[in-house]
Design a binder for this molecule. Structure first.
Ligand code: GLA
Length: 441
């Protein structure tokens, strides 16, 4: 296939073989372009808007994070293999772009493992990686060479959650180091900062380390996405954007109790008014396929989650405009998992430029709708059934401020279901979803 972009603004170029657009824009602004892709069968085209200004992350981040599958076993090789798999599986073509190391790349003071016990910092006070990451600059260069971006993790306390060296008192030099290494994304935890904040439970105390880091990142001559991970303390959704964060975890770790996904999602929707381009509520990662098992660290296992529920998981995260960060084993992606992660019509709901988080409308204790307004005036709706048996879930126009004839498209199946008046109902499998788009006829 050959790619071409019409009206590409000055400073950018498109690689005709991969379709990758790169470069530095001469001027900020909103640029309307048209993507063309041609092969022997014909040409497909689509409008594409490039927006360049002060705000980053205008759509939710998409990528992969090492934590839930590799925890403290993460290595340079695992990160490189993940980047390779992001390309070879085609995930990159669906918008997945960040390859993010979580905790455990820095030194671990007091560790008995010689690969982790290195000098925490060099002679200039700059943070060192441990021996499992022999050359961070080469690692990010490798990730970038694949057309992907690289993310790193730290904590504002002296130590991270897993007891590795963190940034307290070294914030400026750590960021110097991360940018020198070439990172594009920072996840900033809270661990061990509690001992610094002490008894001070004021809002200012919760905000302080993030405000400080946000300011440093904003001053850089580099785009670094800032992901806050402090579990929602001090109602972070109300001020995460103000401290220059681009996303913030709204709760504790989703962990391995994945039957909690509905509770976590419904609670997350309670903060929907704070979701907007550049400012995202983060209900934690997508864990399907081969994932870690907290009790058997380093040995991924196939998720026991029923297939129907995996569709629910991905549907809710898309309808909530949540970051889509996969945290399973990239080397074992099977066809089913990839189909759940990479349905373009579902991802399009997640990446919709309006950035709205869905509204939950309950039908009863087990059935509910999640409704997301889209930029083109249509609505994406998930019809969810948490029950143990198949059940009918109904969209009643009056509850969605709709009227008249509406076209319904099944997004998972990518199929028109027809034109409906007043209501639409579907038989939804146990623990499953039917996800549709409703457009005025
Ligand atoms: C916290 C975070 C997790 C992960 C671990 C790493 O628990 O919430 O996402 O980053 O720390 O130790």
């Amino acid at each position: 296939m050959k790619y071409e972009v019409l009206n590409l603004p000055a400073g950018l170029k498109c690689d005709p073989a991969t379709g990758q657009i790169s470069g530095i824009l001469d001027n900020p602004g909103v640029y309307l372009t048209t993507l063309h892709v041609t092969n022997r069968i014909g040409t497909a085209k689509r409008e594409f808007k490039i927006v360049c200004g002060d705000k980053l992350a205008l759509t939710p981040h998409m990528g992969w994070n090492s934590w839930y599958v590799w925890e403290n076993h993460v290595t340079d090789k695992i990160m490189r293999d993940a980047a390779d798999a992001m390309v070879s599986t085609g995930m990159i073509d669906h918008g997945y772009m960040y390859i993010n190391i979580d905790d455990c790349w820095a030194s671990k003071p007091g560790s008995k493992d010689s690969t982790l016990l290195v000098d925490p910092r060099d002679g200039n006070g700059k943070i060192n990686s441990n021996k499992r990451f022999p050359d961070m600059k080469a690692l990010t260069a490798y990730i970038h060479s694949k057309g992907l971006k690289a993310g790193i993790y730290s904590s504002p306390g002296p130590l991270t959650c897993a007891g590795h060296t963190a940034s307290y008192g070294h914030e400026e030099s750590d960021i110097d180091r991360f940018t020198e290494w070439g990172y594009d994304f920072l996840k900033y935890d809270w661990c061990s900062y509690g001992q610094i904040a002490g008894k001070d439970k004021s809002l200012e105390a919760f905000q302080k380390p993030y405000r400080q880091m946000g300011k440093i990142l904003k001053s850089l001559d580099r785009d670094v996405v800032f992901n806050l991970c402090q579990y929602g303390m001090g109602d972070v959704w109300k001020w995460g954007g103000e401290v220059d964060g681009h996303s913030w975890r709204t709760s504790g770790d989703l962990g391995f109790e994945l039957n909690r996904i509905y509770e976590v999602a419904i609670r997350n929707c309670g903060f929907r008014q704070y979701s907007k381009p550049g400012e995202w509520n983060d209900p934690d990662y997508i864990q399907i396929g081969w994932i870690g098992n907290a009790s058997k660290q380093g040995i991924p296992e196939l998720t026991p989650m029923p297939a129907a529920m995996q569709y629910s998981y991905m549907s809710m995260w898309s309808l909530m405009a949540a970051p889509l960060i996969y945290s399973g084993d990239m080397s074992k992606l099977d066809e089913f998992t990839l189909n759940v992660l990479c349905n373009p019509e579902v991802i399009e709901v997640n990446q919709d430029p309006l950035g709205e988080c869905g509204l939950v409308i309950k039908q009863d204790t087990e059935r509910f709708l999640m409704v997301k307004n889209l930029a083109d005036g249509s609505k994406a709706v998930g019809l969810f059934n948490r029950g143990k048996t198949k059940a009918e879930v109904v969209i009643d126009w009056t509850k969605l401020q709709l009227s008249g004839k509406q076209s319904i498209r099944d997004l998972w199946r990518q199929k028109e279901l027809g034109v409906f008046n007043q209501k639409f109902s579907a038989q939804v499998p146990a623990n499953g979803v039917v996800m549709v788009k409703i457009s005025k006829r």
